[in-house]
Design a protein around this ligand. Structure first.
Ligand SMILES: *[C@@H]1O[C@H](CO)[C@@H](O)[C@H](O)[C@H]1NC(C)=O
Ligand SMILES: *[C@@H]1O[C@H](CO)[C@@H](O)[C@H](O)[C@H]1NC(C)=O
Ligand SMILES: *[C@@H]1O[C@H](CO)[C@@H](O)[C@H](O)[C@H]1NC(C)=O
Length: 225
């Protein structure tokens, strides 16, 4: 038994040294609040050609990350986004992963950016179809808006405590989120993105091994959409 364990260990070490590994440690699953994208000074927002998205958190991306805080990107230029590989998911992607950038689009350029920059770095485990399916499944499993609402935190333009927002999300999802803020056009700090961490298989939420950098006020706005 000991010998087998040792051989396993050596094989894994060897694969790691040869760089034959999954190539990242965990994912950030990032959801954004459309109201904070649209009222920010930094972005202008355009609704997708399919219409105004629902007033709910939507997917920004599923990003492979290293435990040391850095991340791989653009891992395979020979594997561009091919919409026909996810044709069965498109209607769900339109609903849950809409693009708000200008000019208005159907989302294809957003999805292809996400796949090419981030998704290709997980392709040893998830092909394009599984990558998008995984993100959509995580979206169904984590209803951030519902978690916030059950704690009385609603997108009414009011100000809420950052600690309560984190608590409410943890109560709803079971895991501690990272909250990213941006500023509205008057310079108020507001709830922009919610990061949760997922193991490298894409199936299980985990506590984040490392949080991104950035800072919010201790009271932040939750704008309408
Ligand atoms: C973080 O870890 C990855 C994978 O082990 C490595 O390639 C990268 O150089 C490291 N980055 C920093 C800033 O330490
Ligand atoms: C895109 O995917 C479809 C379906 O898998 C495939 O038939 C087609 O050849 C692919 N297109 C390119 C440019 O790879
Ligand atoms: C989270 O759950 C704990 C324990 O049930 C409760 O005390 C706390 O008030 C909840 N926090 C929020 C913001 O809902």
């Amino acid at each position: 038994m000991k010998c087998i364990a040792l051989i396993n260990f050596l094989v894994l070490q060897c694969l790691a040294i040869l760089g034959v590994s999954k190539g990242f440690d965990f994912f950030y699953f990032v959801q954004q609040w459309p109201g904070s994208y649209c009222d920010s000074d930094k972005f202008s927002c355009c609704y997708p050609t399919t219409g105004k998205p629902a007033a709910d958190f939507s997917i920004h991306g599923l990003w492979p990350n290293y435990r040391n805080g850095s991340y791989p990107q653009n891992c395979d230029p020979n594997n561009p986004f091919n919409e026909s590989e996810t044709s069965d998911l498109i209607s769900s992607m339109r609903r849950n992963w809409p693009s708000l950038s200008c000019p208005s689009s159907s989302g294809e350029s957003f999805w292809s950016h996400e796949w090419e920059k981030h998704g290709t770095c997980s392709e040893s485990l998830l092909d394009q179809h599984s990558y998008f399916q995984t993100a959509l499944t995580l979206r169904q499993q984590t209803n951030i808006l519902q978690s916030l609402k059950s704690a009385g935190i609603i997108p009414d333009g009011g100000s809420y405590s950052l600690a309560n927002i984190k608590d409410a999300t943890k109560n709803g999802t079971g895991y501690t989120p990272w909250i990213e803020c941006n500023e509205d056009s008057s310079g108020n700090s507001q709830l922009y993105e919610v990061y949760l961490c997922v193991d490298s298989s894409g199936s299980n939420l985990i506590e984040c091994p490392v949080f991104p950098k950035g800072k919010c006020g201790s009271e932040i706005e939750f704008p309408t959409f």
